[in-house]
Design a protein around this ligand. Structure first.
Ligand code: ADP
Length: 207
């Protein structure tokens, strides 16, 4: 419904892999914002019984569906690697479903504002135009690599390959209305998020 959309103040929260988006979102959530996480929605859609499973099976065949009924990510990755059009087809199925579910959850929120966590927000115009404010979680690239390595057990090379597929730090910062500096200790994150929370409460009240 247009009306409920119009009164939902939406903050897009983004940042490169390992920058600390989830850590920042957790604090916004504790402070009372509704968190809508597009990665979490993507996982739900592709989990056993998820709404994207049937269209993905119809498009790519049963070989990309695991025996438990979830998307077989490794099999899908191999398909995407072997066939350049497969990625676009998969995204053509998933992205509209993710956006629709994000819209639904945002509109259903009764919190003062919604934090929409979108890893590739700067890369995707669809989300930029949906949010009133862009908050970027930032840290030096070397710190990102270290965090990704210790969280996921990836090698530095693998971490850098993922980062290379994302927009550059400078471009992300150029798109930011607000920057959350997460290059330091975790303890330094909270006061910054608290300050932004106060600001967003004020902005949401007059929007
Ligand atoms: P993202 O969601 O952007 O990929 P996360 O919030 O998951 O990033 O953070 C990546 C990893 O780094 C996690 O293991 C998290 O606990 C850790 N982390 C986040 N912020 C800090 C920080 N300021 N200092 C140390 N570790 C951090």
């Amino acid at each position: 419904m247009r009306d409920s959309q119009a009164v939902t103040f939406l903050v897009g929260l983004t940042g490169g892999i390992g920058s600390g988006k989830s850590a920042a979102a957790d604090i916004f959530g504790e402070l009372g914002a509704t968190i809508v996480d597009t990665d979490a929605i993507a996982h739900e859609l592709t989990a056993p019984g998820g709404a994207a499973i049937k269209p993905i099976r119809d498009a790519f065949g049963a070989e990309v569906i695991a025996s438990n009924g979830a998307l077989d990510r490794a099999a899908m990755r191999r398909r995407v690697f072997a066939d350049v059009q497969a990625k676009a087809r998969l995204e053509g199925i998933l992205h509209p479903m993710i956006r629709a579910e994000a819209d639904r959850r945002s509109a259903a929120s009764r919190a003062p504002y919604v934090v929409l966590v979108v890893p590739l927000l700067v890369e995707s115009g669809g989300y930029r135009s949906r949010v009133q404010r862009v908050a970027v979680v930032d840290c030096p690239e070397e710190v990102q690599v270290k965090r990704v390595m210790s969280r996921s057990g990836l090698t530095a090379e693998e971490a850098r390959a993922i980062m290379a597929a994302q927009v550059e730090r400078s471009q992300r910062l150029a798109a930011a209305d607000d920057v959350i500096d997460n290059g330091g200790e975790l303890a330094a994150l909270r006061p910054q998020v608290e300050a932004l929370h106060r600001k967003y409460l004020e902005m949401a009240a007059v929007s």
